[in-house]
Every structure is written in C-alpha cells, then in structure tokens.
Design a protein around this ligand. Structure first.
Ligand code: SF4
Ligand code: SF4
Length: 430
C-alpha cells in the first residue's frame, strides 16, 4: 500500500497505487438549493448513453430525494454503517487545525474505505476498499421516496413552524449525482483486471470494455455506487464524462477544441450546475487559479463541498449545501465545512454573487472570469445561517466568462434585464 495525500481529509492515507495525477481535473459544482428534481439531467444522460438493451436500470446520472431516497437504495446509509462498525465511535473530524491550503476542513481522524477494507471481516473477507454489492432489488427504483420529507409530526404540532430558517423541521432536498471522477477512485483500486484508468489529460475515469470481465469488484468498491453492471455484455459501465465534449470534439457541437459541458450539465433546467477543468500541479495539489470559477467557489470561498469526503476517494463533485436542512445531517454528508459554506451562501459577497450568476449561462466550459464593477442598487437585510443579521450590499456588476482560448463567451449583469412586449403587437401582453 502506498501513502497518498488527500487534501479533503487534511492528511495522508493508504491507497493501493502510487500517487499520479492528471494535468487537469474534470470537476463540477452542484447548488442543491436550486435543484427542483425535474430529472431533465437524468433523461439527457439516459437518452445519450444508456438507452440500449441491458441498460434498463442503468442511470449514470440520478437525482434522489434525501434523506430517504437513494440509487441504489440506502447506498450511503449502508456504507456509513459499515465504516462505523469497522471503527466504532471514531469516525470523527479534528477541526482544531484547519489550513485553507492543505486541510481546509480540518483533519479526518477516522478510517477511509481504503483503510477499513483490508481488515474487513465478513463473508467476502478483506477488501481493497470497504464496500458491498447492492442487490438487484436495490437498483430497481431509481427515484424511490421521491419528495418524501423527514421530521415533524402532526401530533407534536410541528407543521406550523416547519418552514423557517435556519433549519426546517420538515425537510427533504434533491441530491443530483454522477460519477465524481475521483482523485483516488475506489472503482479503479478494486478492479483485479486493471481495466479502469484515469485519463492524464482531464482526470476522467473510464472502464476499458475489452479488459473488463464483469467481476463487479468496481461496483462493490465504489462508495457512490456509480459503476453499474450490464448483464447483456457481462461488463461494468459508468459515466464517461461525455469526453468528446470535454475534448471540444463533439460532432454536433463542433470540433474547434473548445471544451463543452456534459449533457447532464448543459440540460439542467434549475441552473444548479457549473462544470469545469481545474489545473493540477505535479504533486496533486490544485494550482492556484482564483480566476477559475470552480477554483473560486471550492478553494477560495469554500462555498461548495465534497460529497462524503470521509470515504477517502477525494471526489471531484462539489455541492453547495441546502440551507434549510438540519446541520447534523449536512455535517455527515459534506463534512465540517458546512457552517462556513452556508454562511457564505446566505450572504454572498460582491465577487461570489457575481460568480453564482455563471451557472448554466454558457455551454462551453469557462476557464476564467472577470468582473466589471457597477453601481450599488440595493441594501438587503439578511439573516445568516448562524442566525446573525447582516446587510447585504448588491452592486449591478457585470460578470464575463472566457473559454479555453480566453475568448469571451458570456457576459451577464447581476440585475438581469427584462423586456416588455409591446401590447399592440402581442395580445397576451399586460
Ligand atoms: S465515483 Fe465511483 S465510479 Fe466514479 S471515479 Fe469515484 S469510485 Fe470510481
Ligand atoms: S436538471 Fe438540474 S434542476 Fe432538474 S433535476 Fe437535474 S440537477 Fe436538478
């Protein structure tokens, strides 16, 4: 076992392979506060990649209603329980020593799936990564418990006060998920055939269909359950990151080399998604690049957080946590960075507000943003996630996004312009 550095855990950890990093990493931010659970992303993916025989239950992109929903059912609760059984009472974070660069969320002192797997005692014995194989029944209902809320009982009179910040008493939220194209992929680590690889140019994780023999060790090992078995070919398949689009080589969008967002990202109706490529230094750290929208959201403002960082794969999918959800649940799901992220999101500063406008404004991947300053247009009293009051100053700034070739591809103001249709030309105008 090699030792590798996981910045999300704030420490080194064991991994079956030596550290090796791509030049750029496919990454994304999902704003859960905006997701309406419409499943447009899910269908955009399915109609592109998984519409064939044997793929009926295969959803590379899925959106589940938390806390009860899950695809496969209970995927996260099951693994959390296994980790707790492997290291009872010690799956904790030490937040006393945080460092914005090397350990932004503190240090995780519990066991990752790679540390708990080799000592796993169970029917299948030791594992490279602690995991389990879901049953067929658990894959059968991708949207089970849709919109089912937790908490609050009529008998306890809780429904009257159920929808007030900072925490709703009756709550659910939509969690959109794809493969996280992890820095330390458990699917890759678990494969006995070395059929899974991570591309050096963009960090996308792929399964070589020629080498795969369908042992399903990747399905067992991936903590997010994002590799899926196809009975008709007897191989596993997974999200391919729409790599022709990332290469700027999509036959429909054009092949000028300008990377474009994936199908699920560019179809998002709720404008919750922003995808990017972040530059990776030789030692695996993120190259300092605060003008990259993703770097800015994740590393500068720390408003977007990894999903279950304690699993240890260093996922490259990041989430702005939902504001209304009980904090204990969010801490378990996104780690100790939740309070800071919610504080930032509740009252975004001038720059952050501008970058938040970029979600779903352009199909091309944005590599850089710039802000042109505008006049102050409002002062709004805001109650922060902590309950503290603050006045938010809003400026009508203009944010500009640039593509890979530093060409301007989007320009948008904070106050979006509105246009009234003249009533003499349109009968429905008021
Ligand atoms: S999310 Fe799962 S399938 Fe995707 S790279 Fe990570 S471990 Fe592999
Ligand atoms: S398309 Fe966007 S808003 Fe709709 S479910 Fe998917 S992520 Fe959520």
């Amino acid at each position: 076992m090699a030792m590798v550095y996981n910045w999300q855990l704030g420490r080194a950890m064991t991994f079956p392979y030596e550290e090796k990093h791509p030049r750029q990493q496919f990454a994304f931010v999902f704003n859960t506060n905006r997701c309406i659970g419409c499943q447009t992303c899910t269908m955009a993916c399915k109609s592109t990649w998984t519409f064939s025989k044997g793929q009926e239950y295969m959803w590379w992109n899925n959106v589940e209603s938390k806390p009860y929903g899950g695809y496969p059912q209970h995927w996260d609760a099951k693994l959390l329980a296994m980790l707790e059984a492997a290291n009872p009472g010690r799956q904790n974070w030490n937040v006393a020593t945080t460092d914005v660069g090397s350990k932004p969320y503190g240090a995780f002192e519990g066991k990752t799936i790679f540390e708990a797997g080799p000592t796993h005692v169970g029917p299948e014995g030791a594992q490279v990564a602690l995991g389990y194989l879901p049953t067929d029944a658990e894959w059968r209902h991708p949207n089970i418990h849709e919109d089912t809320a937790a908490g609050g009982r009529w008998s306890e009179g809780q429904h009257g006060a159920s929808a007030q910040l900072p925490e709703h008493r009756v709550w659910f939220f939509h969690l959109a998920r794809i493969c996280n194209h992890c820095t330390y992929p458990a699917c890759l680590a678990s494969c006995p055939r070395q059929a899974i690889y991570k591309r050096p140019e963009d960090g996308i994780v792929l399964i070589d269909q020629e080498r795969c023999r369908g042992y399903r060790k990747c399905v067992e090992g991936c903590p997010y359950k994002k590799t899926l078995y196809r009975g008709t070919t007897r191989t596993s398949e997974k999200c391919v990151g729409c790599y022709p689009r990332i290469e700027g080589n999509d036959e429909i969008l054009g092949s000028d080399g300008a990377p474009c967002e994936t199908r699920c990202m560019s179809a998002c109706v709720g404008k919750i998604r922003l995808q990017g490529l972040v530059a990776i230094a030789e030692d695996g750290t993120w190259s300092h690049d605060p003008a990259n929208p993703l770097y800015f959201l994740i590393r500068e403002r720390r408003v977007a957080l990894p999903l279950y960082p304690q699993f240890g794969t260093e996922p490259n999918g990041f989430y702005i946590p939902p504001r209304w959800v009980p904090r204990g649940y969010l801490h378990q799901m996104f780690g100790p960075g939740v309070d800071h992220a919610l504080e930032q999101y509740s009252c975004p500063d001038r720059e952050l507000l501008a970058v938040l406008q970029l979600f779903r404004t352009q199909r091309q991947i944005l590599f850089r943003f710039a802000i042109e300053r505008g006049p102050k247009v409002a002062e709004i009293p805001v109650i922060l996630a902590s309950g503290r009051e603050q006045v938010q100053e809003i400026y009508n700034d203009t944010i500009i996004g640039f593509n890979k070739f530093d060409k301007e591809v989007v320009r948008i103001t904070i106050e979006e312009p509105t246009f009234e249709r003249p009533k003499e030309h349109h009968i429905n105008s008021i």
